[in-house]
Design a protein around this ligand. Structure first.
Ligand code: PGA
Length: 252
């Protein structure tokens, strides 16, 4: 199985020129690397321009709506349907990111609807879960992960879950420079596998692709894969620096 390295550009950069430049530098930098599958999730407006440059790099959206309306039925101002992303060449879509939960009030119910709609459009959801600082301090990590997984994956079959990637992103580690240490990340990974094995089964849990995200950089990246046992990484801030991002890809 290839290591998945996913770049979440969030609401960056400001111009298409910068977006193309970053993309090009990453593309050149990772040329010839076979052991990693690299996915870039740029802001929606840059998807079409980047689509035509895609080679070994795959594309993902950063969010999508929970409906795939038929032609003429798209009365959802400002939203992007999973089918639109698919049509633009995306293979993946990030769903349930903590910034969506925090700033846009996304609940488990909304995220569950989005995951189902994405699967219907044959997109692979990258389902983000993780506890906040407060929840960690109250030793609620296990309960939170259990809740987010059981609600977010409600009514999703064993066959469908194979197309889902789980990203464990402790909220307190996102964009803070305070990355989760590998031991703590590993214990979250074990919790996730255990929770998944309940409604599904052990082999589904073992084969599920589970990533770590939160202040990943070229110094700490390899530890999550080689020591903690994650199969990939979701990289935010560091993915905007092509040199650093390429170093991350090469390190795992
Ligand atoms: P970060 O972001 O790498 O900047 O911490 C990760 C994410 O939000 O996915």
């Amino acid at each position: 199985m290839k290591t998945l390295i996913i770049a979440n550009w969030k609401m960056n950069p400001t111009t298409l020129t910068e977006a193309k430049r970053t993309f090009d530098l990453v593309k050149k930098g990772i040329r010839g690397i076979r052991k990693a599958e690299v996915i870039i999730c740029p802001p929606f407006p840059f998807l079409t321009s980047i689509k035509y440059q895609v080679s070994s790099i795959k594309l993902g959206g950063q969010d999508c709506f929970w409906e795939n309306p038929p032609a003429g039925g798209g009365a959802y101002t400002g939203e992007i349907s999973p089918l639109m992303l698919k049509n633009l060449g995306c293979e993946y879509v990030i769903l349930g990111h903590s910034e969506r939960r925090k700033y846009f009030g996304e609940t488990e119910e909304i995220i569950n609807k989005k995951i189902k709609a994405a699967l219907k459009a044959k997109l692979k959801p990258i389902f983000c879960i993780g506890e906040t600082q407060e929840e960690k301090d109250m030793e609620k990590t296990q309960d939170i992960l259990k809740f987010q997984l059981s609600e977010g994956l409600k009514k999703i079959s064993k066959k469908e879950i194979k197309n889902i990637v789980i990203a464990y992103e402790p909220v307190w580690a996102i964009g803070t420079g305070n990355a989760c240490d590998t031991e703590m990340a590993m214990s979250a990974l074990l919790i996730i596998k255990k929770v998944i094995s309940q409604p599904y089964d052990n082999s589904t849990a073992q084969n599920l692709r589970i990533l770590y995200g939160g202040s990943v950089n070229s110094q700490n990246a390899a530890g999550y894969i080689k020591d903690a046992g994650f199969v990939g990484l979701l990289v935010g801030g560091a993915s905007l620096n092509p040199k650093e991002f390429v170093k991350i890809v090469k390190s795992v």
